[in-house]
Design a protein around this ligand. Sequence first.
Ligand code: CA2
Length: 147
Amino acid sequence: MATILLLSGPNLNLLGERDPEQYGATTLDELVAIAAEAAAKRGHDVEHLQSNHEGALVDAIHSARGRCAAIVFNPGAFSHYAYALTDALATYDGVKIEVHLSNPYAREAWRRHSVISPVVDGTIAGLRAAGYRLAVEAAATLLEERA
Ligand code: CA2
């Protein structure tokens, strides 16, 4: 059994309250439950942290080193400019999956670039809550391939 760290960036704590047309109506607690259920089906567990602060997310990535086998990360708007997260993820040797509820490539130009994508194994975007299940399944599959 491995621990998968589910990391949620800024404003994702507001999910379910506003903007359902963009992000769906699922709350963050429900997304965590979806991820945990998908992980349990593959014999893994999920640890979750949400923060609105870049440094706290950097700390969480550091603390995952040697402890969590994979990170599933929705960095929120930090995806588009937070190079400290890029550097932190580059130091992490486990499986890394970036996930977005919406499809940033179908939105404003500034959302079409991710500073996270170059340092992760893969990205899932635009599939709303289903993307969280698929992100965990992708992490579990890559873990099996690496075992
Ligand atoms: O689609 C995603 O998952 C995003 O990472 C969500 C971020 C956005 O900045 C990225 O471009 C794409 C924004 C999360 C904001 O979440 C809210 C939830 C409810 C109400 C308002 C914002």
